[in-house]
Design a binder for this molecule. Structure first.
Ligand SMILES: [Fe+2]
Length: 211
């Protein structure tokens, strides 16, 4: 069965975070980056500040496993969390993400101007997405081309949560390869266990998840 996400390669989740949470998490993150004079870690986005593993984002990465499982319709495992502040003149050239970003979630944590993110599901189509604080776009990060044109405002903050499907082709990126079943089995001198059956994600507690 092809899921909604597989078919369109992206979907918008309005109010993924409440506006209130988006606001305080964004403010805290901007203060943290300012205080610590954080610079960009990636060459593809100059004029920005980015941090991997910021604790509040790790909390969100873990808190949302069930909910993302619901959206993806397959069990997902976390890979990593990341955050970025963009500034006037920032842009994001068209790209796809690495395989650890198979399921990417970009959550808007506030800015002082709107800023379109473009999704390009194929050569001839591009779709503009506008996010309000707390809204998220969920996309197949390692497949869909995405980009942003030049930002005209002063600041704009995004939190990125990344997952892989637990039985998908990139499953071995779980926890961003910090721990791997292969190396554990090798260490223990045992064979890697066979996976004979898929778990049913909907048999787990999904209370509070929009259906
Ligand atoms: Fe990206």
């Amino acid at each position: 069965m092809i899921t909604v996400l597989e078919e369109s390669k992206f979907m918008v989740a309005r109010e993924f975070l409440s506006q209130k949470d988006a606001q305080w998490i964004g403010e805290d993150f901007r203060k943290f980056c300012k205080k610590n004079k954080i610079k960009s870690n990636d060459d593809d986005v100059p004029n920005s500040q980015s941090v991997a593993g910021y604790y509040t984002f790790i909390e969100q990465l873990c808190l949302n496993v069930n909910r993302v499982t619901h959206y993806v319709e397959e069990i997902v495992l976390p890979t990593y969390a990341y955050g970025r502040n963009y500034f006037k003149g920032s842009s994001l050239s068209p790209h796809v993400d690495r395989d650890s970003c198979e399921i990417s979630i970009s959550v808007h944590l506030g800015g002082n101007e709107d800023w379109t993110i473009w999704m390009k599901p194929n050569e001839t189509t591009r779709v503009p997405i506008e996010l309000f604080p707390g809204d998220a776009i969920i996309y197949i990060g390692n497949e869909i081309v995405h980009y942003r044109e030049e930002y005209k405002g002063e600041y704009y903050t995004q939190m990125f949560l990344h997952y892989v499907r637990s039985r998908g082709p990139h499953a071995n990126h779980y926890f961003d390869n910090v721990m791997r079943e292969e190396s554990l089995c090798k260490k223990l001198g045992v064979e890697k266990p066979k996976r004979s059956k898929k778990l049913d994600p909907l048999s787990y507690d999904m209370k509070g998840v929009p259906r």
